[in-house]
Design a protein around this ligand. Structure first.
Ligand code: PHE
Length: 337
């Protein structure tokens, strides 16, 4: 028993110690062989038990020897150190992180939530009528060409399915479902059949806003966009409203903010103009309200739609939009804080 304990406690951390172990227990003059020699002095009745114990001892020494030799032979333990160093700092595991687009979307949602907007969603596979007709796009009107569409089914005269080209059809769904006052934002993916480049991709994210109530005016729209932009881009940001056209709003505008890389001085990102376009907006067209059984003489409202991905590119200084959709962990790992 005491010999077994000696075997167990023998520390082997180097080839020298391994050799010492072998000399002590395993050679012909070692301590186990020694006991075997004494076997003849044991009474014949006890001899088998004693012999068995000795064999066990021998086996356990051989096992330990083989195990330790293997350990010492593997390169990682060539220094012979195998004890746990509790003073080493722990290893940090990479546990995934929020995608940059989701971070920006999260900030946008938070700002509008604080202004009393709630979140509405709609399907990405949308009816042609909600994506175009109900939003006052006349049939065969060139306005449809503004958005290159992925059609899923196409039978003339029917309500076909397509991948929504903007989040505006969610406006229609909300207005068909709810009575004013309505105050919602609709974040989500949209699809366009465009040439793919560093600046545009076939799928991207928009955040739509819709506010319908009595006496809503363009100044309410301006105040909302100003408040959003100051919280999103910083209090020194300046805005520029440019007249524009959308079939579903009248009047319509596009909004630019001072480029927040150069602060309006002009740089590569804003193409020396000092401005970056962030959204389209306007007063909801009376035809759109009527299409959703809302009386335009009683109610008015505004809508806006902004891109999310370009803001993510600028904020995180990413120079190619395609990186946002490739799911390469080497890119995603950089956003783990
Ligand atoms: N749907 C428009 C687009 O995708 C943006 C927009 C939304 C404009 C709401 C006006 C009002 O370009």
């Amino acid at each position: 028993e005491s010999l077994q304990r000696e075997i167990d406690r023998f520390i082997i951390e180097s080839t020298e110690q391994l050799e010492a172990f072998r000399l002590q227990f395993m050679v012909r003059k070692g301590s186990i062989a020694e006991l075997f020699n004494q076997l003849k002095n044991v009474s014949p009745t006890e001899r088998p038990v004693f012999g068995q114990l000795l064999n066990q001892l021998k086996l356990s020494a051989e096992k330990k020897y083989d195990r330790e030799k293997k350990q010492l032979d593997t390169p990682s333990s060539s220094t012979g150190k195998k004890h746990l160093d509790l003073t080493l700092p722990g290893r940090q595991e990479y546990s995934g992180s929020e995608h940059p687009v989701q971070k920006v979307l999260g900030d946008m949602k938070q700002i509008f939530r604080s202004m009393g907007f709630t979140i509405a969603t709609g399907p990405e596979l949308e009816r042609d009528s909600y994506n175009f007709d109900m939003l006052n796009f006349p049939a065969n009107h060139p306005a449809r060409d503004m958005q290159d569409t992925f059609f899923i089914t196409r039978n003339d005269g029917e309500d076909n399915l397509l991948l929504r080209t903007h989040t505006s059809p969610v406006q229609i769904r909300v207005m068909l479902d709810e009575k004013p006052p309505i105050r919602v934002i609709c974040p989500g993916k949209v699809y366009r059949n465009e040439a793919i480049s560093a600046r545009s991709y076939c799928v991207f994210h928009q955040l739509e806003g819709l506010y319908i109530d009595k006496h809503v005016s363009f100044s309410d729209l301006k105040a909302t966009i100003y408040s959003f932009a100051k919280q999103m881009f910083g209090s020194t940001v300046q805005l520029r409203f440019r007249p524009s056209f959308f079939p579903f709003t009248e009047p319509s505008a596009e909004v630019d903010v001072t480029c927040y890389l150069c602060g309006g001085k002009g740089c590569r990102v804003c193409k020396k103009s000092g401005w970056l376009e962030i959204l389209g907006c306007g007063m909801v067209h009376p035809n759109v309200l009527r299409n959703c059984s809302i009386d335009p003489d009683e109610y008015s409202g505004f809508a806006f739609g902004m891109g999310v991905d370009r803001t993510a590119l600028l904020r995180y200084k990413i120079d190619d939009i395609r990186l946002l959709f490739e799911n390469d962990v080497r890119m995603l790992e950089q956003f783990s804080q």
